[in-house]
Design a protein around this ligand. Sequence first.
Ligand SMILES: [Zn+2]
Length: 213
Amino acid sequence: MIFFGSKGKVVAGDVVQGVQCPSCQNSQHASFGILNYFHLYWIPTFLTSRKAGIECMHCKRTLVGDELPSHLAEQIKSGVFTTGNTLPMFSGLIIIGVLTMFGVYAAQQDDAREATYIAQPAVDDYYVVKLTEMYDEVDAEYPYGLMRITDVSSNGIEMQVGNMAYNKASGVQKDIRQGKASADTYYNSEIILLEVADLKQLRDSGAIYSIER
Ligand SMILES: [Zn+2]
C-alpha cells in the first residue's frame, strides 16, 4: 500500500485559435491545464506544478509546458486555474493545520485544568506520576506510577502511592478507568503529607504526568 505520492488532474480550457499544429498545420486547439499534486492518503496535500497544454482538434497531437510559447502558456493558465480548482489541492495542508491548532488548544486546556486541580486538590484525585523523577531506585523500564489523594485538610494533602509500576502512562490511565486503582489494596499503606506548593513543584519538575479527576 502506498500512502503518499504524486497525482495529476486535468482541467479543460477554452479553444485556442491561431497556433499552427506542427504535425497537421491545423490551427484549432483545445487548451487544458494539468495540476500535479502531492497526496497523503489520497488527500491532495500541496501542488507540485501547474502546466498548460493544447491538443490539436484535428490530429490530437499535444503540446505541453515548455513546448508552448510562454505567453500562450500564461494565458491558458490564467484561464483554467481558479481558486476553486487550485485550493482543494491544499486540503491536506489545511487539515494538518487545523488538527495541529486543535492539538495545541487541547493541550492548553489540559494544562489549565490540571493547574486548577493542583490549586484546589480534592479527595480521589489521581496523579499519574513518573516514579523515575521522584525516586532513585526505580526500574527505568517501568517509570510510571500512580498517587491518590486520600484527605485534604488544614494539615495538608494526604496521598498514597500505588504498588504498581508501568512501562506506559496509558497503562496507569487504563487502571484508573477500569476501577482497579480505586481499590485500597492497590496502594501502599504509608501516607505521604504534601502541601499545594509541593504538588506545584512536582508538576514543574515533570514528575506529574497527568491528573485525573
Ligand atoms: Zn494536428
